[in-house]
Structure formats: structure tokens, C-alpha cells
Write a protein that binds this ligand. Structure first.
Ligand SMILES: [Zn+2]
Length: 94
């Protein structure tokens, strides 16, 4: 079973469809249960789409920074509090 930090590390390869089918499937299973990672991936995809629409290969600096700090928080967080808070926040919106 993948954890949130695994998703962060596999994200790029997943978007680029370079993952092994079995890994990709595990990632999708995680996304089905994890609104935080799902929202993150959707944001990332939107960012990629927007930046290509703008005929600019670079992610806008502001979003780049957001993504970076998101990944950093996710990968360095040993306490689950951040994810719990994000999850309950997202659950509250649904
Ligand atoms: Zn997750």
C-alpha cells in the first residue's frame, strides 16, 4: 500500500505515464482513498495544462513555489497532523 510520501515521489512518473502498470494501479487506489493526494495531483495536472496553454513550458513561479512547499511539507512531515487537517478540511467541503 502506498503512502502519501510515495505518491509525492511517483507523481512525476505517474503524470508522464512512465510507471509500471502495477505501481500505477496502486497509486490510483491510494488516490481513491486520499482526497489530499487527489487534489494535489489534479492541481499539478491543471498547472501543467495551463502552462502549456500559455505556450510556456515553465510553471508560473507562484504555483511552482506552492507545489514545492506542498511537496516539501509532504515529504518532510513525520507528523500526520498536516494531512489530517487537510483531509478534514476537504471532507468538510464535500
Ligand atoms: Zn495520500
Amino acid at each position: 500500500m502506498l503512502r502519501c510520501r510515495d505518491v509525492g515521489m511517483l507523481l512525476y512518473e505517474y503524470i508522464e505515464q512512465r510507471l509500471e502498470p502495477s505501481v500505477s494501479q496502486q497509486l490510483e487506489q491510494h488516490l481513491a482513498d486520499c482526497p489530499g493526494c487527489l487534489a494535489f495531483i489534479n492541481t499539478y495536472k491543471q498547472t501543467m495544462r495551463l502552462s502549456s496553454d500559455l505556450r510556456c513550458r515553465d510553471i508560473p513561479p507562484e504555483l511552482q513555489q506552492k507545489l514545492r512547499s506542498f511537496i516539501k511539507t509532504k515529504l518532510s512531515s513525520r507528523r500526520p497532523s498536516f494531512w489530517e487537517r487537510l483531509r478534514s478540511h476537504l471532507t468538510g467541503l464535500l
